[in-house]
Design a protein. Structure first.
Ligand SMILES: CC(=O)SCCNC(=O)CCNC(=O)[C@H](O)C(C)(C)COP(=O)(O)OP(=O)(O)OC[C@H]1O[C@@H](n2cnc3c(N)ncnc32)[C@H](O)[C@@H]1OP(=O)(O)O
Ligand SMILES: CC(=O)C(=O)O
Length: 545
């Protein structure tokens, strides 16, 4: 693996998208990548065409050493990116060629090496306990040793912005030492993440003008401005931007790769990724969250599942006319999609758009739409919530729709409840068992069934299945895959109501239903009944069309 610059990317070596998920991203609390995870992350990052992938710090972390060894042995074939090893310069007073950490960088066989160097006088004197002259010599010696060995070298100037504000000559001296010794890019790091966009832009522009060096940017997110700071730096002249997937990183994180590149491409018209890659961003962001074992952030800009989800009725009414009126870009550009949420904030347009999303023909259904809006608002005021329960909403809307002949098209329930009873049995041996009996009318018969379960809802579900299965064979494929309970104390003070969301699957589709009641078992029952009614409706639609 000898590539030292990005391949097959529109801007080639003139602009660098540099990813440090595997080094700085791994510094986030809660992330621990194995070497195998790292290889998988690198492949995904390469698939979206980032120019450089910083794999870690060989010699400092055994897993990183293993990652580079496995990459060099052929386990990592990168199509676009060049692989980078990260590490520190030689120690004060040492020789670069014999410093074990510098040797480990060389041994990693990475074609590109990023060296971190302190550029703030206070850090040099207090943390490194050395002089500015020696700090510059540490940089110069290490860069020239590594470039002499045929490696491309970038220099991460740690604490640059704070250091430049405190003592600009010292900060620039460190940069000059790197460039004069052969470093290609000096990366100005906002290590403490305390900067704001205007300040970043001013300093970057000033450094570019004063030095003429190729400048990169590395922003931490401690002011929640890492993405804005990175974009501002690029606008001010930086041609190398360091980011991490989903903004993973130490403390509050780093600049989010996906937001930074999407901003550069869609707002500044800079083709920093291969053309086809942009529409892969959402998929890759979620896949990387999976490997990091972190739930994807639904509200993440561009790639979150809620990034283009519209809840307010006024928004929906304009979106009905033209989605561009409330979307800052076409969501498909980044591989995402638009959704309309139906809640108490819905208006008629929200229901019309949701109906379209659900494949319902609402032409001539103006009254049904109005009634549905009213019902949703009334129900939500009592604790129901439809935004995550499309299946219950669809049943409600269909229930309000008229047929061409006039009468309402009621969604015929697959069974009619006579009664149910649940008892809890605390046995002498301490085992607690629930037992449920259901009495239902199904297929023209009255059926009674009893079953046990480890909780009341489990027992109820088991008894209902027992009663219905002989009459509704499709039930065998329906599984309850998620069950969420929320106690809504705010609704009635001490008289709390319970909201239950049930997610079901038949192996092909997944759907969510909701039930609300003062009693948790009844709330669960209502959600369960909607789940079966929704499946029955789909079975009926399939058999009648
Ligand atoms: C801003 C950033 O995020 S940079 C990336 C930081 N990442 C990490 O620290 C993760 C990996 N780190 C490690 O595994 C360990 O800290 C190691 C292997 C690098 C060093 O471990 P140790 O030798 O035990 O030293 P320790 O971590 O206590 O202190 C770091 C040493 O490096 C020195 N140092 C710090 N920055 C630099 C630098 N840019 N160049 C050279 N030396 C440096 C410190 O002065 C300190 O020296 P000292 O041991 O003489 O006091
Ligand atoms: C190099 C780096 O990670 C920083 O300065 O924040």
């Amino acid at each position: 693996m000898t590539r030292t610059s990005p391949a097959e990317t529109p801007l080639g070596d003139s602009f660098h998208v540099y990813d440090t998920t595997l080094r700085d991203g791994a510094q986030r609390e809660g992330i621990t990548y194995s070497a195998t995870d790292k290889l998988a992350v690198a492949r995904l990052l390469d698939s979206v065409g980032v120019g450089f992938i910083e794999g870690g710090w060989p010699g400092a972390l055994p897993k990183d050493t293993e990652f580079f060894a496995r990459a060099a042995a052929g386990e990592l074939q990168l199509r676009h990116a060049a692989l980078v090893a990260f590490g520190a310069t030689r120690r004060p007073g040492a020789k670069a060629e014999t410093d074990p950490q510098v040797r480990a960088l060389l041994d990693s066989q990475a074609p590109v090496i990023t060296l971190v160097a302190k550029s703030d006088r206070r850090h040099i004197e207090r943390a490194l306990r050395t002089s500015v002259e020696e700090a510059a010599a540490m940089v110069a010696d290490t860069v020239s040793f590594l470039t002499g060995q045929g490696r491309r070298v970038f220099l991460d100037a740690e604490h640059f912005f704070d250091g430049y504000a405190h003592d600009p000559d010292c900060a620039l001296r460190v940069l000059s030492a790197g460039v004069e010794a052969g470093a290609d890019v000096v990366v100005l790091c906002d290590t403490n993440g305390g900067q704001l966009p205007l300040g970043i832009a001013k300093t970057v522009a000033e450094v570019v003008e004063r030095t003429g060096f190729r400048v990169g940017i590395h922003c931490q997110d401690d002011t929640a401005c890492a993405v804005g700071n990175s974009v501002a730096a690029v606008q001010a002249g930086a041609t190398h931007v360091q980011c991490t997937a989903n903004g993973y990183g130490e403390r509050a994180g780093n600049a989010d790769l996906f937001a930074v590149v999407a901003n550069l491409v869609t707002k500044l018209d800079m083709p920093v990724l291969p053309t086809a890659a942009l529409s892969e961003l959402t998929r890759v962001s979620h896949a990387l969250a999976e490997i990091a074992n972190i739930a994807p952030d639904a509200h993440q800009a561009y790639v979150g599942t809620a990034a283009f989800a519209h809840k307010a009725g006024l928004h929906a009414s304009a979106i009905k006319v033209d989605p561009d009126l409330y979307n800052h870009i076409d969501p498909a550009t980044v591989g995402n999609g638009m959704r309309v949420l139906v809640t108490e904030m819905a208006g008629r347009a929200s229901i019309e758009l949701k109906g379209k999303e659900l494949g319902l023909d609402l032409a001539g259904q103006g009254e049904a739409v109005t009634r549905t809006v009213r019902k949703v608002k009334e129900l939500e005021a009592r604790g129901w919530s439809f935004e995550a329960a499309d299946a219950s909403l669809e049943l409600l809307l269909r229930g309000e729709m008229s047929t061409p002949d006039g009468p309402q098209e009621t969604v015929s329930p697959p069974f009619v409840l006579d009664s149910y009873r649940v008892v809890l049995d605390h046995r002498p041996d301490g085992v607690v068992i629930s037992e449920a009996t259901v009495k239902v009318h199904v297929g023209g018969e009255r059926v009674i069934a009893t079953a046990e379960g480890n909780g009341p809802v489990h027992a109820l579900d088991a008894a209902l299945r027992k009663a219905l299965l002989p009459h509704l064979p499709w039930l065998a494929s329906v599984q309850l895959i998620d069950y969420k309970v929320r106690i809504l104390t705010e609704q009635h003070g001490t008289d709390a109501v319970t909201r239950v969301l049930v997610e079901s699957s038949d192996g092909q589709a997944e759907w969510t239903t909701v039930g609300v009641h003062g009693n948790i078992v009844e709330a669960s029952w209502l959600a369960l009944c909607d789940a079966l009614a929704h499946k029955a409706m789909r079975v009926e639609t399939l058999t009648t069309h």
